[in-house]
Ligand binder design. Structure first.
Ligand code: ADP
Ligand code: MG
Length: 551
């Protein structure tokens, strides 16, 4: 004779579970997960953990499900309105199409904390699991597990954005395992110290949790073993020694740079090669940049960690929100995607004023804050700004051997499109002349990026040692309070800057910039004191605003 008894068993850290005990002639035997799912008279509760995203950071989300008597229905609370109905439909269909049944009872799911606006789709998987558990169709120990994933109607998992941030947050919160869509596993595994499981379907996941078809955790790839993707090399650039030198100085001191020259002189070509002479990314820089790309949904398939400094070149038709970041739940924009790399504004005068204005503060602060009704988020944007422009609409203004057909008024109008305050944040201005025939037809290649990068690296290391313990690490960011301490001149250097200041009529703003650039030039030569020749070269990079803008 078999007798069914119903008892309550408390599971640590959770509320009560209703389980059945099978009692027969041989003694007690606990049968877990054998609860009938008709749900007519039962009130059942379950709890599953997930990770939500707030900006670049993840936070723990508790997904609770409750089934009970009442009109059949499926409510989700704690999600924004539009996300709810979509999630509800996906969860329902994927439960049915994964070999389970959706309960014919009242199901309520709650996502806590309720006060955070959550992007909906990534909670599909934990919602489905909580419903399955509350209806007794599964019963696993999931106290130390977090689940993330959007579901398709047939129970497959779809990739989500922000996997690395979520994995880091899950580890921080003390979870032992994170289950997420298989496409995101390699990226999440970069956060070591937590087991990452890439999952294909809800069915596979339940088999794994039941101990039947065990999945193996994703393996973290060692940072050093990830090859840096090939970048365009300076060896391709013929001639253009002045521009190359200016780029090297900019790279060495982290200075922003403006190139002015006629079309076809190689400005875009030069700018694209700047990342190749910057120092390699550190592990922390790679993590930061990867988090931004991942949250923005800008990772290219299969990539686990971004190891090459970004080069972003937004078109001038980009909206201000596209530059700084935006959306109802704000996502990083172009300036944050350029974090730890280069933001290239090609054809600068074509950018609308509004776009140039929004860049000003972030470039100064290395971070951008986006405020929306739902959230106010801050994303980092420590970048080198490189801008390029023609000197006038026809491109020949200021050229020694070509005639400009624009007329003074047109040229002035064209140049006045550039926002003064933005121009002010650019330390180095350089003219790029059309490449001459001899250079272009020469057989030998230009100096390779690897060779330039060595000098840049040495100069950067020198700065890092000098600024150890400070909040900045390169000459471009020296605060005015420290200028006198770190930009010490030789007597002739002093005379030179004095002369430049009076004869060229340099502004007070320009004075600081000249000194910072001169500091970098001296660092490239490993000189402690700034000498006359360093000042002289730095002053050159300030003469163009006089020539073109007359300031
Ligand atoms: N110094 C150079 N060495 C080799 N090729 C060059 C050089 N300058 C220009 N070019 C060629 O001309 C093309 C146009 O250059 P680009 O960088 O687009 O000019 P810009 O941006 O100044 O209009 C390049 O793609 C390259 O093929
Ligand atoms: Mg160009």
């Amino acid at each position: 004779m078999i007798l069914y008894l119903k008892v309550n068993i408390t599971v640590i850290g959770r509320s009560c579970y209703n389980n059945y005990i099978l009692y027969n002639n041989y003694g007690y035997e606990l049968i877990a997960a054998q609860i009938p799912s008709d749900g007519r008279n039962e009130t059942m509760y379950s709890r599953v953990f997930s990770i939500g995203l707030y900006g670049l950071d993840g936070y723990t989300v508790t997904v609770e499900a409750d089934t009970g008597a009442g009109m059949p229905g499926f409510d989700i609370v704690g999600l924004p309105d539009t996300a709810v109905s979509e999630s509800r439909n996906r969860v329902k269909a994927s439960i049915k199409n994964s070999g389970f049944s959706f309960p014919v009872s009242r199901v309520t799911v709650n996502l806590a904390p309720a006060d955070k606006k959550k992007a909906g789709s990534l909670f599909d998987l934990p919602i489905a699991l909580s419903v399955l558990e509350a209806t007794g169709q599964i019963n696993f120990d999931m106290r130390f597990d977090a689940f993330v994933g959007e579901l398709s109607l047939n129970g497959e998992l779809r990739p989500v954005n922000g996997a690395l941030s979520m994995a880091l947050a899950a580890r921080q919160a003390g979870f032992r395992r994170l289950f997420l869509p298989i496409e995101n596993a390699a990226e999440a595994a970069v956060a070591q110290g937590i087991e990452i499981y890439g999952v294909t379907t809800v069915f596979d996941l339940t088999r794994h949790l039941a101990g039947e078809d065990i999945l193996s955790p994703a393996e973290a790839v060692a940072f050093d073993s990830i090859p840096v993707p090939l970048q365009p090399d300076f060896a391709d650039v013929k001639g253009q020694y002045a521009a190359r030198r200016a780029l090297e100085i900019a790279a060495a001191g982290g200075h922003n740079l403006l190139m002015i020259g006629p079309p076809g002189s190689g400005k875009s070509m030069l700018a694209k090669r700047l990342p190749s002479i910057l120092p390699p990314m550190t592990y922390n820089e790679a993590i930061e940049t990867t988090k931004i790309y991942s949250v923005a949904g800008a990772m290219t398939g299969g990539e686990s960690l971004i190891t090459a400094r970004p080069f972003r070149s937004p078109h001038h038709t980009v909206s201000p929100a596209g530059l700084t970041g935006g959306g109802t739940v704000p996502k990083p924009g172009e300036i944050s995607l350029a974090h730890n790399g280069v933001l290239f504004l090609d054809e600068l005068p074509e950018f609308p004023r509004s776009s140039m204005e929004v860049l000003r503060q972030p470039i100064e602060d290395d971070k951008v804050t986006i405020s929306r009704v739902s959230a106010s988020l801050t994303y980092p944007c420590s970048l080198m700004l490189v801008a390029a422009m023609n000197p006038c609409p026809c491109g020949n203004f200021g050229s020694p051997n070509r005639v400009c057909t624009c007329g003074q008024a047109t040229v002035s109008r064209y140049l006045s499109r550039i926002s003064g305050p933005l121009l002010d944040r650019i330390d180095i201005h350089v003219e790029v002349a059309p490449v001459d025939y001899e250079s272009l037809s020469a057989k030998e290649q230009g100096e390779s990026s690897a060779s330039v990068a060595k000098r840049v690296k040495a100069a950067r290391e020198l700065q890092q040692r000098r600024y150890d313990g400070e909040e900045f690490s390169c000459n471009a960011k020296i605060p005015s309070s420290l200028m006198n301490d770190v930009c010490t001149l030789t007597p002739t250097g002093e005379q030179m800057i004095h002369r430049a200041f009076t004869s060229l009529g340099l502004s007070a703003r320009a004075y600081d910039k000249v000194l910072k650039v001169a500091r970098t030039i001296a660092d490239l030569e490993n000189e402690k004191l700034i000498d006359a020749k360093h000042v002289a070269e730095a002053v050159q990079y300030r003469t163009l605003d006089k020539k073109y803008w007359n300031v």
